[in-house]
Design a protein around this ligand. Structure first.
Ligand SMILES: [Zn+2]
Length: 416
């Protein structure tokens, strides 16, 4: 089981300088490797009987594709030519190339998202992929070639977990270390069991469950946005490229960070709350980016539904709650009671069925319909074997933070 814990880092001036230098080195080598990749692709694209209008490298037909291993093996040679590469840890450079090829593989699989060149300052993180011994002491983390960096371990690493990787991330508010921690314990992925709910997300009520639990949409922006607007206005009056422009830009970026942190924090708390309410949760399989293209786009992006869904899935795995995705089409246009289609506009906030006379709040009706679909979709999957006599449904686990992992072995593991 792998978890990601994020902590604030406080590198000193010398370490900041080193890290910034490595980020830039990573950016340049990333761009170089991407150029190689692009040249190879362009040389294969050119028609055989005529030349393309743009100039392109002509490569021999048997010239191998610059894959990950080839580019990685070229790094030691490149180091002789460019001494700058020697300054950065070699594993950092390797994982950086790996990152490019992950992007390329993603593009191959999905058909979109071709890796792009990174402009100055766009490379934001470096990854230290391997540690021979525990890099953590009370206040510091030991990183290769960087030495001891001050870290705020506000949250202890759970017993039995070891630090696998550290990603150092640069943000406007400061430096962060994302620690990937792993335990040898293998936790079976949750299966549908117990009390099931469907969750409908929306702009009026942020979530609405089948049981009638609704939560109003928190307006992260409405409060923080006012400040952002002021800062952006001030920035627009500065001379571009000047010192004051840079100062203003950082202030705007910090405000964006602030809003983002608030949102993530809220979503983690909400995810835990939802896991308190049920053992099985069904969500819609929407592509929320399409929803964000609509009229209330700004608010949809602010709400971050996609992020909520992935956070919910992450939290649910830890807490042995099953999360299933169901078809989202027409969930709000179907009566959850008798399953006939009931057409209604967005402005109609109550669901009233003409067939069976079922009346309920619109969002809750969608939640119920999502739950119906979930139970149909995942009916074939095997039921969970009860291995302990923990109390069933609803009442359990409420407000008890220590019992967030519920299978017995894990429960013992975490009894702190
Ligand atoms: Zn009905």
């Amino acid at each position: 089981m792998i978890l990601n814990y994020a902590y604030r880092l406080y590198p000193d001036a010398q370490q900041v300088e080193l890290l910034s230098e490595w980020l830039e080195t990573c950016r340049l080598s990333y761009n170089y490797a991407l150029r190689e990749l692009k040249d190879w692709i362009a040389s294969r694209k050119c028609p055989i009987d005529r030349c393309s209008l743009e100039s392109e490298y002509i490569m021999a037909a048997d010239y191998p594709f610059p894959g990950y291993h080839q580019q990685q093996n070229n790094l030691p040679k490149a180091k002789k030519k460019f001494p700058r590469l020697k300054a950065a840890p070699s594993q950092v450079l390797q994982t950086n190339i790996r990152r490019l090829h992950d992007g390329w593989d993603f593009f191959q699989k999905r058909g979109y998202g071709f890796p792009r060149f990174k402009k100055y300052g766009q490379m934001k993180s470096v990854l230290f992929p391997q540690f021979k011994s525990n890099p953590l002491s009370d206040w510091e983390v030991q990183l290769p070639k960087l030495g001891k960096v001050r870290i705020n371990l506000h949250r202890p690493i759970p017993e039995g977990f070891v630090v696998k990787q550290v990603r150092v991330v640069k943000k406007a508010v400061g430096w962060f270390g994302v620690l990937a921690i792993q335990s040898a314990l293998d936790i079976p992925s949750p299966v549908p069991h117990g009390h099931a709910i469907g969750i409908d997300v929306g702009l009026l009520s942020y979530v609405a469950t089948r049981d009638g639990y609704t939560e109003a949409r928190p307006k992260f922006f409405q409060t923080a946005y006012r400040r952002l607007k002021v800062l952006q206005k001030r920035l627009s009056r500065k001379m571009k490229g000047g010192k004051n422009y840079e100062k203003g830009r950082i202030k705007v970026a910090k405000q964006h960070n602030h809003i983002g942190f608030k949102r993530t924090d809220y979503q983690f708390k909400l995810a835990h709350k939802l896991c308190d309410l049920a053992d099985t949760i069904y969500v819609e399989d929407c592509d929320f980016r399409i929803m964000a293209k609509g009229m209330l786009g700004k608010h949809t992006i602010d709400a971050g539904f996609g992020q909520l869904r992935s956070i919910l899935e992450y939290v649910a795995t830890k807490r042995d709650v099953f999360v299933g995705r169901v078809d989202h089409r027409g969930t709000s246009q179907t009566c959850p009671n008798c399953r006939t289609a009931v057409q209604k506009d967005l402005s109609v906030r109550r669901h009233e069925c003409r067939e069976c006379g079922y009346v309920v709040d619109r969002d809750i009706a969608s939640g119920q319909e999502i739950c119906n679909r979930g139970e149909e979709t995942y009916r074939g999957t095997p039921e969970k074997q009860e291995i302990d006599e923990r109390p069933r449904v609803g009442a359990r686990r409420k407000g008890t933070r220590s019992s967030w992992l519920s299978s017995r072995t894990v429960g013992e593991f975490y009894s702190r």
